[in-house]
Design a protein around this ligand. Sequence first.
Ligand SMILES: [Fe+2]
Length: 232
Amino acid sequence: MALRSLMTRKTLADCRALGLGFTQLRGLKTFSLPDLPYDYGALEPAISGEIMQLHHQKHHQTYITNYNKALEQLQGAMDKGDSPTVVKLQSAIKFNGGGHVNHSIFWKNLTPVHEGGGEPPKGSLGWAIDNHFGSLEALIQKMNTEGASLQGSGWVWLGVDKELKKLLVETTANQDPLVTKGANLVPLLGIDVWEHAYYLQYKNVRPDYLKNIWKVVNWKYASEVFEKECEP
Ligand SMILES: [Fe+2]
């Protein structure tokens, strides 16, 4: 480990001497809260503006803050060759990094009704849904059933296996991203079933939240991801 540290220091010193962009080589990339592509109240009455604002400004921001903190600690631990701390940080990175990944997708999965929210998917995704699930209504029913029965906090996903070019419905616990269920899985649509996503408006009736969220689902975004992943 000592030799490795010495070599790393020497390599970094060489980079400095050669003007190779030390901060670029060793710099830590941190993350910031992405803007919503619509106003907080634009999804009403399906999702209240108060929920959207808290969800975005408080919950998503907290995942980002803690993700950045964990990444900084990880870099420090790696620089010191502190393996126990590197390992210890993995759960914080998975949870908070997953929270950032999932919410960044979730905001794009929604759109106001006047901008096409709830309009059924057209083109190849619409055809694939009919082919795989029987109908869009059958897919919605399946996702609502799985989302309602998911114990605790988590997500219900419509995804595509990019190798098999096959749609699937999957759930993940906590803030696990869909990729934790398979390296080839790409999320098309993720529905957040944490209580913070609906409780202020729907209280304990998660099925009502699941019933109404489809009125503001952005199928255009899901279609674009599907076509990109499944193009020949
Ligand atoms: Fe959330």
